[in-house]
Design a protein around this ligand. Structure first.
Ligand code: H79
Length: 600
């Protein structure tokens, strides 16, 4: 049993699951998993089917279901939304009554699609079925669907499909793996063991047959589907979900029905792309990803939630995500009447105004070459850098730290397309002469046309020595060499993890202004049963060796002192961490290396 659990843990680690330390009120013991991108071999169709996705960058998520009837309010509070069946502990017969009251007469597919299109969004992902098990489309496999169980009687997915086609947007489905209503879904695999009508004889195999049947309906009756966006929502806890639900077979079924359909990573397999939820990764990723995020605090409609994100937040998030090579899937939660809340509409309209002017700096772009920029972000296309300036310098000079390429032209990306003069700074870095006032209060874009592939001096992102003489080398500032190790962030994580190839190594560049002796410490975590890796920290011509201790789990960090190193002169230095041996399946989770001055 222990070994089985251990194997599952390894599998989960390798398939890239991170456990979010969520704030879980009144739900003890519930852990929520979301998937992170992992390095894995992609099949032959991958490049082709993901091409549009990499270009389009910005999509609309829609969480709509019969949970919008209670609108976030139930006996035990006002903070519910699409999880209300679980968080309100509502048995199926009682929850089913919401269907009888669901009559979204104001629903207008064309208006929703127009709102998305005007905001600059290129695709729509809508809940065909959430965890509550209610099918929001006409399913022949259940009566518990919008056509048969509500007074509305229409199939909104048909209407949205047509409206998307007309407007040129890709149409995509969200589909919940877990089902709190279907009698064959075992309660033990539900989050917190909750099911609306627990059935001791539930047979997961029968549920999987049902799920495959629904996937087939969704991919047969609604034209070309861009993405199948699965979501387990933290169900199955430690059980091997991918095996239990036959995830590989589901993916094969999808590709048989629609070879161009993309699958996200929440069937328990990495599939086509990763899905950071409610956070933006700290660094660019080698793997495709799509950040999904709410516009207020809930996915489904909550009538009390007016905490709308500003256009500034959304636009800057979009530039940040695009600069890291990802997509942004931004959610709206329509009401039971079929309208999109005014707060979302207001923000989306402002985002749309910016996208009309500056969309060129988002669509079809890829990661920028800079690790960090003092004033904003950078996206690229062949021969072009788009500098997204959030904090417009008031001295008329925009410094581009470390850029080595020849700049053939610089201009403002606005109606004027005003050409800008390019000069040189103290370290021969480009300095662009810019107008006194920012062309855009949120994100002004300066375009640089360059020769060759973008190249940036490593020293440009050099870590600076602190006031007290310490040199703090954080995971987020490291350069990672190799295919497996990657920077992980969000959900309480801020470290280099997935370090499963002992040839991978980590490097920092830093600048010393006050030389001397430094004590070198390392902050790391390592799961029980995985320790023992030996590594070398090389800095200023000296090798220090260390051995990874087990700390209990991957997020319990401890600090070890590795020894003292003498740095005799001010200047630029590098520090590397290279594994020598790896008895377990991973080296460690590395949070930081600190150089602390030692007084003699
Ligand atoms: O569909 C949306 C969410 O319903 C689902 N995924 C996104 C795309 C999701 N699954 N898990 N989570 C979100 C994170 C869970 C957070 C929780 Fe809670 C905190 C579960 C219980 C406490 C949110 C707040 C749901 C109920 C209360």
């Amino acid at each position: 049993m222990y070994r089985l659990n251990q194997a599952n843990r390894v599998l989960r680690y390798l398939s890239g699951r991170i456990l979010l330390a969520s704030i879980i009120f009144s739900l003890p013991g519930l852990s929520i998993g979301t998937e992170k991108p992992t390095a894995s071999a992609k099949d032959a169709g991958y490049e082709k089917r993901t091409e549009w996705f990499r270009q389009d960058k910005f999509g609309m998520f829609i969480h709509w279901g019969i949970y919008s009837v209670p609108a976030g309010e139930w006996k035990n509070g006002k903070d519910h939304a699409e999880w209300i069946m679980l968080t309100g502990n509502i048995p199926s017969p009682e929850y089913e009554k919401f269907a009888g009251r669901f009559n979204p007469v104001k629903f207008n597919a064309r208006e929703w699609v127009k709102l998305a299109k005007d905001a600059g969004m290129k695709y729509i992902v809508i809940t065909s079925k959430h965890h509550d098990g209610f099918s929001m489309y006409d399913s022949s496999l259940t009566n518990y669907d919008i056509v048969e169980a509500t007074p509305f009687k229409r199939d909104p997915m048909k209407e949205l499909e047509a409206a998307c086609k007309e407007a040129g947007l890709k149409f995509c489905f969200y589909y919940s793996v877990v089902d709190w209503h279907y009698p064959e879904f075992p309660a033990k695999y539900c989050q917190n063991g909750f099911h609306g009508a627990p059935n001791p004889n539930a047979d997961l195999e029968k549920y999987v047959t049902y799920m495959k049947g629904q996937v087939k309906e969704l991919l047969t009756n609604y034209g070309p589907i861009g993405i199948m966006w699965f979501d387990g929502g933290g169900s199955f806890s430690n059980a091997p979900m991918a095996q239990l639900i036959h995830a590989q077979e589901i993916i094969e079924l999808i590709h048989k029905l629609q070879p161009m359909c993309i699958v996200n990573d929440r069937l328990g397999l990495p599939a086509d792309y990763g899905t950071p939820e409610q956070f933006i990764p700290g660094q660019a990723s080698k793997n495709l990803f799509e950040v999904c995020m709410t516009l207020n605090n809930h996915w489904g409609y909550n009538k009390y939630d007016d905490n709308w994100k500003s256009p500034e937040t959304i636009i800057r998030n979009l530039a940040d995500i695009a600069g890291k090579g990802g997509n942004y899937l931004l959610n709206v939660g329509p009401t039971a009447e079929g309208t999109i809340p005014e707060g979302s509409v207001k923000t989306l309209r402002e985002v749309g105004k910016w996208m009309t002017k500056y969309g060129e700096s988002i669509y079809e772009t890829t990661t920028g070459p800079f690790r960090k920029l003092p004033w904003g972000r950078c996206t690229t296309k062949p021969g072009k850098l788009y500098l997204h300036v959030f904090d417009w310098p008031t001295n008329g000079k925009l410094t581009v730290p470390g850029l080595k390429n020849k700049i053939t032209k610089a201009y403002l990306l606005d109606d004027s397309k005003a050409k800008l003069h390019v000069g040189q700074g103290d370290n021969s870095e480009p300095v662009i002469s810019i107008p006194q006032t920012a062309p855009d209060a949120i994100d002004s874009v300066v375009v640089l046309e360059i020769e060759g592939k973008p190249e940036v001096e490593v020293t440009a992102s050099s870590v600076q020595q602190m006031e007290d003489g310490k040199i703090l080398l954080k995971a987020a500032d490291a350069t990672i060499h190799g295919d497996t190790a990657q920077y992980e962030s969000g959900g309480g994580k801020d470290n280099i993890g997935f370090w499963t190839n002992s040839n991978d190594f980590v490097e920092w560049n830093f600048k010393v202004s006050r030389p001397g002796g430094f004590s070198v410490t390392i902050a790391f975590a390592c799961e029980q049963g995985t320790g023992g890796s030996e590594y070398t920290v090389a800095v200023a011509g000296k090798d220090l060796s260390g051995k990874v201790r087990e700390t209990g789990d991957w997020t319990t960090f401890v600090t070890d002192e590795l020894g003292v190193v003498e740095i005799p002169n001010a200047g630029q230095y590098t520090l590397t961490v290279k594994p020598r041996t790896m008895p377990g399946y991973a080296v460690m989770n590395l949070k930081a290396i600190t150089l602390v001055p030692v007084r003699k």
